[in-house]
Design a protein around this ligand. Structure first.
Ligand code: HEM
Length: 224
């Protein structure tokens, strides 16, 4: 088992499985956040959803698993990339025109990943750190006291340059996902001819939903 996980296919498999887990997280995160637009004046629906996610015992168990998922994905992302650079360095005379056989996103996954990670650090400081370790605003919904997460988000997105930073982050995430989904499916063995095209389409539909879904939130607060 240890030998398999340190082989190049084992490392790619770990990266793919952790990536697929993060892909599911993003969909759940988007579903919770989009509720903000159901009641964008008082934010009661969103605060109720965010409070449920923050206090539910299952979600409490999922939190360290999510952090571990990010850790494994980033760690193995770097290891696989360094191995690729090393292999390419040892094979200087092989003339391969990568531009003919791959997309811009697939050649720049490591840089897109680093960019998304930088976005994530800003994002965690903006929300998670304040909610867990700071002094977040509070509110009452149906007699229950809870964090006013809606106020945190709407106050942040009232600052136009935060909207710009977030939207650039979502575009980088979209480019990363565009190649990531197909690549992960391929690594776990779903790469036959019939399914290749289908999975590419499923990946692109998912990516468009995630990028547009997240983007309309800062855009809403920017415009209205
Ligand atoms: C408009 C878009 C987004 C909004 C409004 C938003 C809002 C939030 C909020 C309020 C929290 C804190 C939740 C809590 O601790 O109770 C949070 C946490 C988090 N967000 Fe986002 N988020 C957005 C997009 C994203 C994106 C695109 C990613 C991934 C690239 C992401 C990754 C995370 C992670 C990893 C956490 C910490 C884990 C958690 O608390 O669920 N978020 N987000």
């Amino acid at each position: 088992m240890k030998g398999f996980l340190s082989s190049s296919i084992g490392k790619k498999l770990l990266m793919s499985l952790s990536g697929l887990f993060l892909i599911v997280f993003l969909l759940v995160h988007l579903t919770v956040n989009i509720t903000m637009l159901f009641d964008p004046i008082e934010g009661k629906v969103y605060n109720t959803a965010a409070n449920f996610m923050g206090t539910n015992p299952i979600m409490k168990v999922m939190e360290p698993i999510l952090a571990f998922g990010f850790f494994i994905h980033i760690l193995y992302g770097f290891i696989v990339q360094f191995n690729n650079w090393k292999a390419r360095g040892n094979n200087k005379y092989a003339v391969v025109n990568q531009k003919d056989s791959s997309t811009w996103a697939s050649r720049n996954m490591i840089w897109l990943g680093i960019f998304v990670f930088a976005f994530l650090v800003v994002h965690i400081i903006n929300y998670y750190a304040i909610l867990k370790f700071g002094e977040p605003p509070s509110t009452h919904v149906g007699g229950v006291e809870m964090h006013d997460t809606f106020k945190l988000v709407s106050d942040l997105f009232a600052i136009w340059w935060y909207d710009v930073i977030y939207i650039i982050g979502f575009i980088a995430l979209g480019l990363h996902l565009h190649h990531a989904l197909w690549s992960a499916f391929q690594t776990i063995g779903l790469n036959n001819k019939l399914w290749r095209r289908r999975l590419e389409v499923i990946g692109d539909i998912y990516t468009v939903i995630v990028v547009i879904g997240f983007t309309i939130i800062p855009l809403y607060f920017l415009i209205f």
